[in-house]
Design a protein around this ligand. Sequence first.
Ligand code: GDP
Length: 193
Amino acid sequence: DAEVALVGRSNVGKSTLMREITGHTFDTGQRPGVTREPNHYDWASEDFVITDLPGFGFMKGVPEDVREQIKTDVVRYVEDNAEKILAGVLVVDGKSVIDIIDRHSGEDEVPHDVEMFHFLRDVGVPPVVAVNKMDKVEDRDQRLNDLCDRLGLYPPWKQWQDTIAPISAKRGNIEPLNEAVRSHLHEAERDDL
Ligand code: GDP
């Protein structure tokens, strides 16, 4: 089966999304910083295997070196498996992602999410940004256009529906993500012809 990798900072709603995708329960707010192995699950509604990778970025009570190690492990897994990974789902929190990106953009700083997005592209894994918690976002189109801008995608976001998928995992509204991932599956099948 085609593999889809799931990455994201902690607290963006990855566990909630995994529950929605697989039908299994996952501990939300699982002890952060405990390095976990990549875990593979079936994507219930689709013909994919989804690989849950550890959360990265700031985690309360987790030392810097441990955080760095987690990120290194995530990057290595994706690099080593890039050929068989059909898409890399980068989960972000729609409510806070722009503020976080802007706060961490500077001379010699690239925000984690932006870095991960470009990394996926660089290793040939099509990125799909699952913009979660959209139920808390009021200026939806503006927010999604801003995100495109920060990622170097020319707005409007509606041109990028294979890359930008606004969802609410908590409300079970993840169809835009299913569709985006499906579009990459079809792309991969065409490439195989
Ligand atoms: P993780 O650390 O990335 O695994 O994040 P969790 O799945 O544990 O979610 C972190 C918090 O965000 C929890 O309080 C969730 O209930 C909440 N959350 C997750 N998805 C959504 C969503 O779509 N909308 C809203 N409003 N909250 C969400």
